[in-house]
Design a protein around this ligand. Structure first.
Ligand code: NAP
Ligand code: 8YV
Length: 319
């Protein structure tokens, strides 16, 4: 008998098909009477394929699934899964590190250039037929800037590597100095923000990183400063960001993530100096397929011989 699993939210068709081929699948968002489901079929569910963007998986939900053994996340960030609650219940949590680093780094560079050179605004200018009336205004530039990276982990390093080719200085802040990199390390985020005029956030969304980028950090970034957030919305105090953008305390922002996705504050939508993306850092067909395959392999590895490929740190002692 195939193990029974829940899929927490819609995933690419190929990923859903791979899950359906290997497991007996329940699609949580399609179940009308969830109380009845949890009292009946839910008691047989051994695995959970978790879409990061489809709601939080907390201890209360785990308690409704007494046979649950593994929660396999579809993404590297697992802030939507309470991994500590899972570990307490002996439930494995896995994520999909590594297979999306280059894709997210590419997107970050694209968002940075789009924000500085105002590419979406220029596109709108052409489409709205404004070009015959005069040239598009001159934009800010990446030239001569110093880029600060908050979180020089796997993706942060891939971003830094790309920035090397652009000939700009890279500095960073994180919990600790990274071995084997020549970039200047700052032991405070305010110190990094003072030293740079672009700040890229690519840390996990945790209690410790919540609102790390606040009014003080934005003020330190300065009037020519540009914020790029491809981490999690929670890392930035969005109200402070809106105030800073409106007051001209910083120059511009490029955002892929928000505090209350998929809701984006109207104040951000109204601003001309902000580029807004709908959380698409890893969202190419190829990379989402690779993430999906790793998630399926984590589930398969666990059910075959209790060997998931990429368990998250909080549960590694369970493997
Ligand atoms: P990673 O390799 O684990 O790197 C994370 C980095 O953040 C590490 O250098 C870590 O420091 C640092 N960090 C962690 N907590 C910190 C804290 N409290 N203060 C300062 N620095 C801290 O993770 P990754 O694969 O690069 O991914 C990073 C995050 O990007 C994910 O968790 C996810 O939230 C986000 N992400 C977003 C998208 C998107 O679509 N926009 C796509 C993928 C990932 P240490 O070296 O000391 O551990
Ligand atoms: C995905 C992400 O949007 O990997 C992450 O942490 O944020 C993205 O790759 C998300 O995981 C889709 O579920």
């Amino acid at each position: 008998m195939q193990p029974e699993i829940i899929i927490g939210g819609p995933m690419p068709d190929t990923v859903t098909a791979a899950l359906e081929a290997a497991f007996t699948v329940h699609k949580l968002w399609q179940i009308e009477d969830q109380d009845r489901f949890f009292a009946d079929a839910g008691r047989r569910v051994r695995g959970f394929a978790a879409n990061t963007l489809a709601g939080r998986i907390d201890g209360a939900l785990m308690d409704k699934l007494p046979a649950l053994e593994i929660i396999a996340g579809f993404g590297v960030g697992y802030d939507s899964i309470d991994a500590v609650a899972a570990a307490k219940r002996g439930v494995i949590v896995t994520n999909t590190p590594g297979v999306l680093d280059d894709e997210v780094a590419d997107l970050t560079i694209g968002l940075l250039l789009a924000t500085l050179r105002q590419l979406p605004q220029a596109d709108r200018f052409v489409r709205e037929g404004k070009w015959p009336q005069g040239a598009f205004p001159l934009s800010p530039t990446l030239r001569g800037r110093t880029v600060g990276i908050l979180g020089l982990g796997a993706i942060g390093k891939a971003i830094a590597h790309r920035l090397d080719a652009f000939g700009v200085a890279v500095e960073y802040h994180g919990r600790s100095r990274q071995a084997g990199v020549a970039y200047t390390y700052h032991d405070t985020l305010v110190g990094l923000a003072k030293a740079c005029d672009v700040l890229i956030a690519i840390v996990p969304g945790t209690a410790e990183t919540r609102h790390l980028i606040d009014a003080e950090v934005l003020a330190a970034l300065g009037r020519e400063g540009v914020l790029i957030n491809v981490a999690r919305g929670s890392v930035v105090d969005e109200a402070a960001l809106i105030t800073a953008l409106q007051a001209g305390t910083i120059l511009a922002a490029g955002l892929d993530v928000y505090e209350d996705e998929p809701r984006v504050p109207a104040a951000l939508v109204a601003m001309a100096n902000v580029v807004l993306l709908p959380h698409i850092g890893s969202a190419s067909v190829k990379t989402r397929a690779a993430m999906g395959q790793l998630m399926v392999d984590n589930l398969g590895g666990w059910f075959a011989d209790r060997k998931p490929l990429t368990p998250v740190p909080e549960v590694q002692h369970l493997v």
